[in-house]
Design a protein around this ligand. Structure first.
Ligand SMILES: C[S@@+](CC[C@H](N)C(=O)[O-])C[C@H]1O[C@@H](n2cnc3c(N)ncnc32)[C@H](O)[C@@H]1O
Length: 270
């Protein structure tokens, strides 16, 4: 493995980059999170082309590829080197967990409320969650490092909404977890960003392909015009359904949005 040491100047530049994007570079694992967020039925996915967008340091792609699935991960941060990504990810994990009450703190109402809102059933203490995140990060970093020597890259640098780096490819399943809607209060992730991103992702779907976005909810969940977005997409021949997701992490994030292109056959009345 190549771990270049970063100079202080480079570290400063990275930290600046993080503040600018202000999206956490943290990632989730195949079990239980991706499977639950997106209601994945793994036995139906063998032989399908899968794209995980805004994949971050998630171990999903690495774990799926080890099981024989065909997955590509895309993220705007993948233009950085493995040592830079390690620094960024550790920095984000640290700041995320420093806001979290410790396991052994007295279970005051405030602590209980935090645990209630932020932890999954399976990973029900901050220490367990941190362990899961650190193991996932390690898997991602090792795989990302190996990727430099692969003929066909598994980790592709690319930014929504344009995703030019996969412009010439079509997929059966595209996933976007914990970016769209989740960060919609930020100016750079406004309505235009959402509609252009979904439009561009839908154009990368095979005719019967699906785009699944977690989280989703109603207009109140994210203070965002979710229904208008769906209506506007429908006008362009892009259909969407809000479907219950089994994943429980942040209160109110109980849905995923499933997006499909309307083909001539599917839009004809039966
Ligand atoms: C909170 S992480 C989610 C990672 C993973 N999808 C998961 O659910 O575990 C959000 C990711 O979105 C990426 N991101 C933010 N803006 C982006 C954009 N415009 N295009 C592509 N990726 C973006 C960040 O770099 C970060 O890795």
């Amino acid at each position: 493995m190549t771990h270049n040491l970063l100079t202080l100047r480079q570290e400063e530049k990275l930290v600046f980059e993080l503040v600018k994007t202000s999206v956490l570079f943290v990632g989730r694992s195949l079990y239980p999170e991706y499977v639950k967020m997106f209601d994945l039925k793994l036995d139906t996915l063998l032989g399908k082309r899968i794209l995980d967008v805004a994949s971050g340091p998630a171990s999903f792609t690495c774990e799926m590829c080890k099981l024989g699935y065909d997955v590509i991960a895309l993220d705007m941060m993948y233009s950085y080197s493995v040592s830079e990504l390690r620094l960024i990810a550790n920095n984000h994990l640290e700041s995320f967990f420093s806001t979290m009450p410790e396991d052994h703190y007295p279970k005051t109402d405030q602590v209980m409320a935090w645990l209630d809102e932020n932890l999954m059933e399976e990973v029900n203490t901050p220490i367990k969650l941190r362990g899961v995140r650190e193991r996932g990060l390690q898997l991602f970093l090792e795989d990302f490092d190996l990727d430099a020597n692969r003929q066909q890259r598994r980790y592709v640098a690319g930014s929504l909404p344009a995703i030019e780096s996969v412009q010439d490819q079509l997929f059966d399943l595209i996933l976007v977890g914990n970016l769209l809607f989740a960060y919609s209060q930020k100016q750079e992730y406004n309505y235009d960003f959402h509609i252009s991103s979904i439009r561009s992702l839908a154009s990368r779907l095979n005719d019967d392909g699906e785009l699944r976005i977690y989280p989703f909810g109603n207009d109140d969940t994210f203070s965002f015009p979710c229904q208008k977005l769906r209506d506007d997409l429908l006008q362009e021949g892009i259909d969407s359904q809000s479907i219950e997701s089994e994943h429980r992490y942040v209160k109110g994030w109980t849905q995923m949005l499933v997006v499909k292109k309307l083909t001539e056959a599917s839009s004809k009345p039966h």
